[in-house]
Write a protein that binds this ligand. Structure first.
Ligand code: FEO
Length: 168
């Protein structure tokens, strides 16, 4: 049976994953409206990945005899000043998420819950990837500036993103 403090913290993390998923879905729609279908596709896959993360935690909670308690999700930001603005916001979500995962890990450590520490290791590694992929896009967007041709080239590149595990 999982420690009640960890159960609460995992439920909160589940909420954070689904909140990010919700925000990325809205960002995808923003790009769709801007006729940037590659960006929309990339962000839609990001939305799906967050759902997978949330569900991984739900499964784990159940495996440990814990109880899922879904919390409400705030309305996401609907509009952005630019593509760069949206990606900067996405990066801030990921940075918050990394912090939350780290705090969860610290709690598991404090409570000597080795199974939770082991399970969270996947999330810790995943966060490195998540932050890096968004930072890389931000770096390119900053170089692109107002260059429409370069922007459309990046849009095409992002359209090629595959769902995680799709090529395995
Ligand atoms: Fe589930 Fe993007 O962290």
């Amino acid at each position: 049976m999982i420690n009640p403090k960890l159960q609460t913290a995992i439920n909160s993390q589940i909420n954070q994953e689904y909140a990010a998923s919700y925000s990325y879905l809205q960002m995808s729609a923003y790009f769709e409206a801007e006729n940037l279908d590659g960006f929309a596709h990339w962000m839609y896959l990001q939305h799906q990945e967050e759902q997978v993360h949330g569900y991984k935690l739900i499964t784990y909670l159940h495996d440990r005899g814990g109880k899922l308690e879904l919390e409400s999700i705030a309305k996401p930001k609907l509009n952005f000043d630019s593509t760069l603005d949206a990606f900067k916001m996405a990066l801030s979500y990921e940075q918050e998420n990394t912090l939350a995962i780290n705090n969860l890990y610290a709690l598991a450590k404090e409570l000597n819950d080795y199974a939770t520490q082991s399970h969270l290791q996947w999330f810790i590694d995943e966060q490195v990837e998540e932050e890096k992929s968004i930072e890389d896009i931000i770096t390119v967007l900053e170089k692109i500036g107002d260059d429409v041709t370069a922007m459309l080239y990046l849009n095409d590149k992002l359209a090629a993103r595959q769902a995680e595990g799709a090529s395995e």
